[in-house]
Design a protein around this ligand. Structure first.
Ligand SMILES: NC(=O)c1ccc[n+]([C@@H]2O[C@H](COP(=O)([O-])OP(=O)(O)OC[C@H]3O[C@@H](n4cnc5c(N)ncnc54)[C@H](OP(=O)(O)O)[C@@H]3O)[C@@H](O)[C@H]2O)c1
Length: 318
């Protein structure tokens, strides 16, 4: 079983199953069934991943069989870019709940600080109204649609602003975090303010170029590689573990939550075996030296052209 961390007063399992780019129905069913059998109790999805309805079908089977009840699970999903507007929070949350066949979420995140208008064609960006947006997120907690609420991809300055106007403080900030992009300042700021940091792409997403290819974007040659890095390999050999396990264990020892994505049952199993070994101070220090900051960022939101020209774009411009 994964340990838990307090997230807005809830027990959030520190290892969850990521599901981005888990697209094929039978693949998701196999992955989720394997994960739940193994003891995963935290599932991370998003309206933008297009798989909530499949996850919902699998969860219903588990609930109907009596093997699990709703309160055994910690379910996280996210307000998609076209919902990032004060008037549209309830609509998108209600749709996610219907697709997931759930009465409530454990954690609902604003997927990104910049919203786009609804509709087809090239994205038109919304004027940022974070305060009103958050007030509508808070109303979802009041209405019982989600137990708690949080952010994703927000920077220190933005979170600081939320802390000043929030009635319900953000419980979590889900950010890209791996051995090459450690973001110590952002992590410390969140943790100091009792905001759980969830690490996305904790393995440095070795499948990122497959995603780019699928959406017709040129593949990247500058991507970091956790699975072949010699320092990680050396530490993995020392502990008789895989590189992936070392990379995940490093993040857990930094008190962050990890949500590795896999649709392969053997990898889902090994990504969960993180609590029967530990990294010593020397290992931790060596891995800290791998941090190269922004140059290591993998997930590039500029697939929405001109998003980096918006005032609330959260990352340094490359
Ligand atoms: N909030 C956000 O903006 C945001 C952005 C990105 C991701 N996320 C969330 O974070 C989750 C994780 O991030 P991610 O999917 O970008 O990347 P990741 O978990 O770092 O890497 C996923 C990739 O690694 C492969 N993999 C998994 N375990 C492995 C292992 N033990 N050895 C070798 N390869 C392995 C997977 O392939 P197989 O499936 O074939 O095993 C997949 O291609 C997402 O799924 C999503 O839920 C959130």
């Amino acid at each position: 079983m994964a340990k838990t961390i307090s997230c807005g007063g809830l027990n959030m399992p520190t290892v969850g199953l990521g599901t981005w780019e888990a697209r094929d129905d039978s693949e998701i069913e196999t992955a989720l069934n394997a994960a739940l059998e193994l003891g995963y109790r935290h599932i991370d999805t998003a309206a933008a991943y297009g798989n909530e309805h499949v996850i919902g079908k699998v969860l219903k089977k588990w609930f109907d069989s009596g093997k699990l009840s709703r309160d055994d699970l910690f379910i996280v999903t996210k307000l998609p870019a076209p919902g990032i507007h004060p008037d549209r929070v309830e609509k998108y949350l209600t749709k996610s709940l219907a697709d997931l066949q759930l009465d409530y979420l454990d954690l609902y995140l604003i997927h990104f600080p910049v919203g786009i208008k609804e509709g087809e064609g090239p994205p038109q960006f919304e004027k940022e109204e974070h305060k009103a947006l958050w007030q509508n997120m808070e109303k979802q907690v009041d209405a019982g649609r989600t137990k708690t609420i949080g952010l994703s991809n927000f920077n220190v300055k933005q979170i600081d602003k939320f802390l000043k106007f929030a009635r319900i403080k953000p419980a979590c900030n889900q950010i890209e975090l791996h051995v090459f992009l450690q973001q110590p300042e952002l992590v410390q700021f969140c943790q100091k303010n009792n905001i759980v940091v969830t690490a996305y792409s904790p393995l440095g997403n070795p499948g990122y170029n497959t995603f780019l290819k699928r959406i017709g974007v040129e593949e990247r040659t500058d991507l970091v590689n956790v699975l072949t890095n010699p320092i990680i390999t050396e530490i993995a050999k020392k502990h008789n573990r895989s590189n992936a396990q070392v990379a995940l264990r490093f993040l857990i020892q930094k008190n962050t939550v990890v949500i590795p994505k896999s649709v392969n049952p053997a990898r889902i199993k090994s990504n969960f075996e993180l609590y029967d070994f530990s990294l010593d101070d020397a290992d931790m220090k060596k891995i800290e030296t791998l941090d190269i900051g922004e140059a290591a960022r993998i997930v590039d939101w500029r697939v929405y052209p001109k998003i980096d020209e918006q005032p609330e774009y959260p990352f340094a411009k490359k």
